[in-house]
Every structure is written in structure tokens, then in C-alpha cells.
Write a protein that binds this ligand. Structure first.
Ligand code: F6R
Length: 241
């Protein structure tokens, strides 16, 4: 894993956006794997700013998101579908049918998960995958203990993840318990991966990640075996290393 150390969240967002823009310029029909959560918001802001200034075009790009909560539809402001429209899709020229998230309102989420895998395959796989890091080491919603061979499927969220995400809900009781998440094997098939890590609350897990063996107890540790992973981390996240 290559590590890029940056001063702060703003710099992390800028560097990440530059990598994505370069990918879009080099391959105008690229498939981008996208994450939600707090970390990539600044990156998406820079993509929108660049689009407005330079008209970098997304009209042939496909995006595939990592995950979606089960039970929230795309009009629910806490769904990841809503988040993606709000932070990125509505402000760039990507056709809505090319923005792909798991349909977690489907009555058969297992079938939806299988279809999701097929969809990724049919697009030729993910060229550049953006990841955030959970405080428990998860990537996507692949919680500690997940098999490295896992594919897209229904997952149960741990209490630590539900607590970490409760800030977007009125109370912890409203945080969904299940989600559809891309699997670890699915993520690992991406040609290039960038892992964004920002803030003091990520310092402990980032230190563990950088020093640990490769173990399913720390899902992100598998990234060490991927040939093209860049970790972009700010000083706060690296403060314990
Ligand atoms: C989001 C996702 C998660 C987050 C992780 C970090 O689509 O799959 O793995 O990337 O939980 O979240 P933040 O950025 O909110 O700290």
C-alpha cells in the first residue's frame, strides 16, 4: 500500500478528487466505485467544483456504490441513494441510469445482491474504487469476521457501526440493522483502490491497519495484498503511527 500523508481533511479531499478526475480524463467511460459516509463529502465537493470550472465530463462514466441500507428508499434523506444525488450526481452530467446502487427496497435482497455482482461484471469491473475506513476496520459494510471471499450480499451491521452512523438519524433505534454491501472479494477485484482516512477518531484503527497481519478480524487488512492501493491519510489519522 502506498501512503500519501496530507495536512488535513481539505488536502485529503483535494488529492482524492485529483486522482478521480485524472481517471475520468484518461478513461472517459471508466467505472468508478463510490463510498458514502462523512469522509468522501469533501472529495465530491471538489469534483463538483472541477465540473463547474472545467466541465470534466461524466456522460460515459458509470458509478457503482459500495452499499445501501435495507428498508430506506431513494427519497429518504438518510439513504445512500439520496446522499449520492445530494452530494454529487445532481451536480455533474452523469445520466441517472449510469449511477448504480443496490436496490435495498427490493423484496428479494439476496437476488438483488446477485444481480449487483452481475452488473459489475457486465461493466467490465471497477476501474477505481473509493473506500472509507470504519472505526472497527470495516470496508463497505464488511464487518470484522467477514470472509475475504465474500461477494455482494445482505449484511447485519454491528452495534459499533450503527452507533457511528447514528449521527445521521434521530436516534440509534432508527439506524437500520441490515444493508446490502459489496463483498470483500468484489472490492478486491477493482483495478485501483484509494482508501481515505481522516480525523483523530480513525487514528487507532489506522495504526492497527498499518501494523497488523492480514486477518479477517480487520477487514481492511486485505488491501495490503492488492497491487494498486493508495491510502490517503491526514495528520490526525496518522497521529498515533
Ligand atoms: C460507506 C461505507 C463505509 C464508510 C465507513 C467510514 O459507503 O461503506 O465503509 O466508508 O464507515 O465512514 P465515515 O467516512 O463516515 O467515517
Amino acid at each position: 500500500m502506498k501512503i500519501i500523508e496530507v495536512a488535513d481533511y481539505r488536502a485529503l479531499s483535494k488529492v482524492a478528487s485529483e486522482i478521480i478526475i485524472k481517471q475520468v480524463q484518461q478513461k472517459p467511460n471508466a467505472v468508478l466505485g463510490l463510498a458514502t459516509g462523512g469522509t468522501p463529502i469533501g472529495t465530491y465537493r471538489y469534483l463538483v467544483e472541477d465540473y463547474q470550472k472545467n466541465q470534466t465530463s461524466y456522460h460515459k462514466i458509470h458509478t457503482i456504490n459500495l452499499d445501501e441500507y435495507i428498508g430506506l428508499n431513494h427519497e429518504d434523506s438518510r439513504s445512500y441513494s439520496y446522499y449520492m444525488n445530494d452530494h454529487l450526481f445532481q451536480d455533474i452530467n452523469i445520466p441517472p441510469e449510469q449511477t448504480i446502487l443496490p436496490n435495498a427496497t427490493n423484496s428479494d435482497c439476496q437476488k438483488e445482491s446477485e444481480k449487483y455482482e452481475e452488473r459489475i461484471e457486465s461493466l467490465g469491473g471497477i476501474d477505481l474504487q473509493i473506500l472509507g475506513l470504519g472505526e472497527n476496520g470495516h470496508i463497505g459494510f464488511n464487518e470484522p469476521g467477514t470472509s475475504f471471499a465474500s461477494k455482494t450480499r445482505v449484511v447485519k451491521l454491528t452495534e459499533s457501526t450503527r452507533n457511528a452512523n447514528a449521527r445521521y438519524f434521530q436516534s440509534i433505534d432508527e439506524v437500520p440493522t441490515y444493508a446490502i454491501s459489496m463483498g470483500i472479494a468484489t472490492i478486491m477485484k477493482s483495478k485501483e483502490i484509494i482508501l481515505l482516512v481522516s480525523g483523530k477518531n480513525k487514528a487507532t484503527i489506522l495504526t492497527q491497519l498499518l501494523t497488523s497481519n492480514i486477518t479477517e478480524e480487520l477487514p481492511a487488512s486485505i488491501l495490503k495484498t492488492h497491487p494498486n492501493v493508495t491510502v490517503i491519510a491526514d495528520k490526525d489519522a496518522l497521529s498515533l503511527t
